[in-house]
Write a protein that binds this ligand. Structure first.
Ligand code: HEM
Ligand SMILES: *[C@@H]1O[C@H](CO)[C@@H](O)[C@H](O)[C@H]1NC(C)=O
Ligand SMILES: *[C@@H]1O[C@H](CO)[C@@H](O)[C@H](O)[C@H]1NC(C)=O
Ligand SMILES: *[C@@H]1O[C@H](CO)[C@@H](O)[C@H](O)[C@H]1NC(C)=O
Length: 611
């Protein structure tokens, strides 16, 4: 049996891989310098993708903006962080550098025909219909509608604190995860899974949560997905999964079936509701039980807007049912874990930096009191209960600087990959040294089929554009000398998706911009949300959600690092592993170094916590 497992899961794929990817000789990338292959099978991937924060930054320090690395089975790939090279990859020649076949085929199997499973014209058409859904106008309307979720998160955390005002250690990670899932399902689908009810679990939320871990286990099988999809019928694919000794494959199939079933149910309910507005929705009960939020969402959820947009657009621009369904799983998945990590990281930083926490709290209180005064809103209850509108919340200078700086230094998705569809030349902003001649080279020839890794992490840490302190967390870089918020193209509408077109500020005026050289990010020089035609469509939503949750929690709770000691006097050290996404763990000896968690001490705020 064991032999069969090894044969089927390792040797067979290996032979197949060798068969379909005959090595080119001699290496066309031989002039590009980079680290030696460190493992016959894993190349350098285990160093880059497993806990690789330090390793990644060392790599670019040693070799520069374009590096040759070894992927699985020693395949040569390029690791890129040079600004001009990234501009070519995500903007200028984005039609050449597309997602790999295995990424697209894998995504299609998992999510259906959503944004992350399509290329070219089909992707452009979907983007065109989806971009307006994430407009400033829609965000403004959504903010008050989703506020109850942040209140709910606050009361869940408060309910865990002792009544005498003492602090209590709470692992905030599962609550942030449940909270962001609730945000994205309410805003995305107009539906609640009641993820914040501790006693309830829903098969859909369980499926979404287990998706990434299950997919990760199957990483090595991914190269075969396009082949399987192209050359096998659904019947034989299913048979293969049934027969295969690989349990995660069957787990993944189950997860996909659950997601598909749930999203179909929600989709058809929604459609029926739109076509026949009197359809019964469980509006008043919406907070208590699972279901369609109906009137409470006021038709502002993403799916309803999409369905309306589809109905009113002309026939050439319409999306098929499969495409609309595909967007549901896609948006939920894309918006869930990324935001969870961002918010948890922010809470962790605030817990470590008391003064930053106090300053945000103070800024918020002043803004709320000012807003109430300017609108003659009577102050019966606490200042806490005043709800700031979108434009006020989003332009609080210090909060904004802290959020941006956290997203810059610790990008939730650090590395992305693309494959060149044809041979092309990648120009560099700054020359690298040829590995063969030692001379400076200003461009690299990229042969068709070469995979490039986009290093968001290295770009966000580039000292030439961000300054010598690039790797330091310093929110002040986003503020003018007088403490004002630096205005960026983020504040403009970009419905055409021209992110990273360089039409921003004057040279040097924005952070991460030296002598007019900057990265092609959605705003400033920041690559956290990528740039170009496949930039994160939900970045305004993400920043709104992060700010709403953080301000709601911080205004009445104080966070600090865990103080509890084990019998040997060790404190819990939280450490953020980086392997594609970021995974916070508690280091040994107190923790196991594996289980994802963010334990923090929480107590009710006092007046001293404002300064
Ligand atoms: C801090 C949170 C977030 C970060 C760091 C982030 C980052 C990114 C990045 C780097 C990409 C490009 C991925 C690639 O090309 O392979 C992306 C794409 C995407 N993001 Fe986000 N994202 C965040 C939150 C969200 C949210 C809240 C939503 C939905 C409301 C969302 C929806 C999407 C979608 C649909 C795409 C695919 C776009 C396309 O291919 O056209 N993201 N995101
Ligand atoms: C798979 O199908 C494609 C096109 O349908 C064909 O060109 C290719 O040779 C097939 N590969 C195998 C291994 O059967
Ligand atoms: C899109 O709109 C058209 C026209 O109203 C309609 O026939 C079609 O069913 C809609 N597609 C979906 C998936 O709802
Ligand atoms: C950092 O930015 C400079 C200035 O544009 C660029 O030339 C260089 O290649 C970048 N370095 C890395 C490691 O990306």
């Amino acid at each position: 049996m064991a032999v069969a497992v090894i044969l089927l899961s390792v040797v067979f794929p290996f032979l197949l891989w060798k068969l379909i990817s005959r090595p080119r000789s001699p290496s066309p990338l031989k002039s590009v310098a980079g680290p030696e292959k460190e493992h016959w099978f894993k190349g350098n991937y285990h160093r880059i993708f497993q806990d690789g924060l330090k390793y990644n930054l060392q790599l670019v320090r040693k070799y520069g903006g374009v590096i040759k690395i070894h992927a699985l089975l020693g395949k040569e790939q390029l690791y890129v962080s040079d600004p001009l090279a990234l501009h070519y990859i995500v903007v200028k020649e984005q039609h050449i550098y597309t997602e790999t076949d295995m990424f697209i085929a894998g995504n299609k199997l998992i999510f259906g025909e959503g944004l992350i499973s399509t290329l070219g014209e089909q992707h452009r058409k979907q983007r065109k219909m989806l971009n307006p859904v994430f407009s400033l106008a829609n965000m403004r309307e959504l903010l008050p509608v989703i506020q109850p979720i942040a209140f709910k998160m606050r009361s869940v955390l408060l309910s865990q604190l002792p009544t005498d005002g003492d602090s209590q250690e709470v692992d905030v990670l599962p609550w942030m995860s449940r909270g962001t899932l609730e945000y994205i399902s309410q805003a995305g689908l107009g539906y609640t899974f009641n993820a914040l009810e501790p006693t309830r679990s829903h098969s859909f939320t369980e499926a979404i949560k287990s998706l990434a871990p299950a997919a990760l286990k199957l990483l090595l099988l991914r190269p075969f997905v396009p082949l399987a999809v192209r050359n096998l019928s659904v019947y034989w694919r299913n048979k293969l999964v049934d027969w295969s000794p690989v349990q995660p494959l069957r787990d993944l199939r189950r997860i996909v079936e659950i997601m598909d079933k749930s999203s179909r149910k929600i989709f058809f309910e929604k459609k029926a509701e739109l076509e026949n507005p009197t359809t019964e929705t469980i509006d008043n009960e919406a907070i208590k039980s699972e279901g369609n939020l109906g009137d409470r969402m006021k038709g502002k959820d993403i799916m309803t807007i999409l369905l309306k947009a589809n109905a009113s657009s002309d026939s050439t621009e319409r999306l098929t049912e499969a495409e609309l369904l595909g967007q549901m799983n896609t948006v939920i998945f894309a918006g869930f874990e990324t935001s969870t990590i961002a918010i948890s990281r922010l809470l962790y930083i605030l817990a470590s930096e008391r003064t930053v926490q106090a300053r945000i709290r103070n800024e918020l209180r002043r803004a709320k009191l000012d807003y109430a005064a300017s609108r003659d809103i009577p102050l019966d209850g606490s200042w806490n209960d005043i709800e700031l509108p979108y434009d006020v919340l989003m332009s609080l200078p210090y909060l904004d600087a802290v959020v941006r700086e956290t997203l810059r230094v610790y990008p939730p998705t650090s590395l992305l990959s693309r494959t060149a569809r044809e041979t092309t030349t990648l120009p560099l902003q700054y020359p690298i040294l040829s590995a063969t001649t030692g001379e400076k080279v200003n461009s690299v020839v990229v042969p068709e089929g070469t995979t490039v890794i986009i290093s968001i992490l290295a770009a966000n840490h580039n000292k030439t554009v961000w300054g010598e302190d690039a790797s330091e967390w310093r929110p002040e870089r986003w503020l003018s000398d007088s403490g004002e918020r630096v205005r960026l193209n983020q504040d403009r509408e970009q419905l055409d998706g021209t992110f990273g077109d360089g039409a921003e500020g004057s040279a040097g005026a924005t952070p991460g911009n030296r002598g007019g050289v900057k990265y092609p990010g959605v705003y400033a020089s920041m690559m956290t949300f990528l740039g170009g035609g496949r930039a994160c469509i939900g970045f305004k939503f993400a920043e709104m959600e992060i700010k709403q949750i953080i301000t709601t929690l911080i205004s009445c709770m104080h966070f600090s690092l865990p103080s509890l000691r084990d019998e040997n006097g060790n404190k819990k050290e939280i450490y953020w592993k980086m392997n594609g996404l970021q995974v916070p763990v508690v280091q040994p000896p107190f923790g196991d170094g594996k289980t994802a968690q963010v334990p923090l001490d929480i107590r009710v705020v006092h007046e001293e916590d404002f300064s």
